[in-house]
Design a protein around this ligand. Sequence first.
Ligand SMILES: Nc1ncnc2c1ncn2[C@@H]1O[C@H](COP(=O)(O)OP(=O)(O)O)[C@@H](O)[C@H]1O
Ligand SMILES: [Mg+2]
Length: 314
Amino acid sequence: MYGGKGGLGKTTFSAATGYWLAQQGHKVLVFSVDPQASLSDIFQRDIYGQGPVEITPGLFAQEIDADTHIKQYQDEIRQQILDMYGLDEVPEEIESYIEAAAAEPAMEESAIFDQVVDIVTEGGYDYYIYDLVPLGHALYYLSMASVYDQWIDKITGLREQMAEYDQVAAVMQRDKVSQEDDILRELRQIKERINLSSGILTDREKTAFFFVLIPEEMIILDTLKAAELFAKFDVPLSGYIINRVVPSELASQDIPDYLRNRIEQQRASLERIDDLFGGEVLGRIPEFERDITGLETIAAMAREMFVSDGGANE
Ligand SMILES: Nc1ncnc2c1ncn2[C@@H]1O[C@H](COP(=O)(O)OP(=O)(O)O)[C@@H](O)[C@H]1O
Ligand SMILES: [Mg+2]
């Protein structure tokens, strides 16, 4: 997984890494849930909502259509309510609640993450490259595990209290108790799924998480904050990759002040990055002359990332 703020190069690095691994003979899935369809853009193929599409031998790309999954998610919730309470239709006020909840970012994120868990647990590929959209995405999900823990504790506590009352007012309470048990079971299932996915996310053997940053002061500060959060949730951070470094060799040539100043400013930021992250910086990727789209430039990017030992990539 590549993390970092928007526009720094996550999709570019995801595509190039997938391309590279496939070139090495692995079966790879690069997938994203970005409604911006950025994998379609970079691979120059319309793959949105079409399941895994083979781009080059062994390289599959998939863009998940989150809206469809949110609808499926809503239907599941409706069905659960109908089953749990033995109703024929969902009461109006609950229906409007379900619809309102679908607009919640949290609902969207958990529907998305559900999909991601399905894809990764299904198997079938040697490598999965998750083109993450928001940085907080994974963190949000990991923090949910503790929220569910609290709920389950609370409901278990209530359940025990009821068991006590049960002996006093045996008949009256029985229905309620079995309802609470259903809810408890449901929560336990959700929590198990979250634990499964957070287990994968925090497994150093299975998961590598790279931060993408560029040599700019604001981005450095953001990256520091994000790295602290990730440490808090035990997400194994594999290192930092600095993107869009203007080749400093240019400074010895006859270049305009504009570019010289840019290189100078980047030099200061690069030093600061080395001070802060030091040995955890895995590479520097040069600023290309143009956007990275299409297999040819993706291949060039892959060479910069995995082969080149000259230029800006140390
Ligand atoms: N090293 C680079 N040189 C030139 N353009 C780059 C470089 N890295 C990324 N880009 C361009 O920057 C834009 C944003 O990159 P992208 O990978 O989509 O960022 P993210 O996925 O983090 O939002 C794209 O147009 C991409 O082609
Ligand atoms: Mg992107």
